[in-house]
Design a protein around this ligand. Structure first.
Ligand SMILES: [Zn+2]
Ligand SMILES: [Zn+2]
Length: 281
């Protein structure tokens, strides 16, 4: 999953594709992106089954890139990232626009709810356990996100990318959500090199995602607000990259005791959202 989502340009190209961009010129007019970066990302997204290449003209040949079921199901991840950046990262040069639910026309915030009982949930309401295919060694990517010749990032979501765009960032945050707090535990359980770990921890502390006290690291309110991003990313990954033996992580909703599957609803009209109903203000 991180190999696919851990690159900022990839997320931005996907975001534009999901809001209607299909042809080369659509992406170029919407993003400050160079020719080579756009071509590379569209090709790798097509290789990963997230975009589908289709000829729309034969002489000369011209292609457009359409979304697939796999990429269309990513909207909860993108909506969660947008919400978090908008609320918690004041450093944006231009404030990010609010999202509008076209179903009720209201400006809304996405709300995670339990599919089984319909109640709203936050991180304290959900218990995570390893499933049959889960373990730290298996869940930390073996290498950094796919190596790129063009590592320069767009710089639009730097704080999100400190979580998604780094081999240890995502694992560290998940570990913090399940209650791990000591440097030595992160090091031994995740198998993280001390240097990389120290680097990620100090960045998360500087960004206000973690707080350090008495030799322990804990999530701040801003860090806890990343819970929907993690859940949406996890659900998407388990849907599209499932292991033979079963899921890597099992989630239980404390209040109803049932298996937790997230449904994203509109906090204004309380109806479940659909990706096609989310518009920027
Ligand atoms: Zn429930
Ligand atoms: Zn609504």
């Amino acid at each position: 999953m991180l190999g696919v989502l851990g690159d900022e340009w990839t997320l931005l190209v996907l975001q534009q594709a999901l809001t209607g961009a299909t042809r080369y010129g659509d992406f170029q007019s919407r993003l400050p992106i160079s020719h080579s970066v756009l071509s590379n990302r569209r090709k790798s997204l097509a290789d990963d089954g997230l975009l589908e290449r289709r000829a729309y003209q034969t002489n000369p040949p011209r292609f457009e890139y359409l979304t697939t079921a796999r990429s269309r199901s990513l909207w909860p991840v993108l909506v969660s990232i947008w919400e978090w950046e908008r609320r918690w990262v004041p450093e944006h040069a231009d404030p990010l626009p609010a999202m509008r639910h076209t179903g009720c026309q209201a400006e809304f915030s996405p709300q995670l709810t339990c599919r089984a009982c319909g109640e709203a949930v936050n991180d304290k309401d959900v218990v995570a356990q390893w499933g049959p295919s889960g373990s730290w060694p298996r869940s930390v990517p073996t290498s950094a996100t796919r190596r790129r010749s063009d590592q320069r990032q767009a710089g639009l979501f730097p704080q999100t990318m400190s979580v998604l765009g780094n081999r240890w960032g995502f694992a560290l945050l998940v570990a913090a959500f399940v209650g791990m707090s000591r440097f030595t535990d992160f090091q031994t359980q995740l198998g993280a090199p001390p240097g990389s770990l120290a680097d990620r921890l100090s960045l998360f502390v500087a960004n206000g995602v973690l707080i350090a006290a008495d030799g322990r690291y804990g999530l701040t309110e801003k860090g806890r607000a990343l819970f929907p991003v993690l859940i949406a990313a996890l659900q998407w990954a388990q849907r599209w990259f499932h292991a033979q033996e079963g899921p890597a992580v099992l989630l239980t909703h404390r209040a109803c005791g049932r298996r937790f599957a997230a449904v994203v609803t509109c906090d204004q009209c309380t109806r479940p959202l659909r990706g096609a109903e989310v518009a920027a203000r």
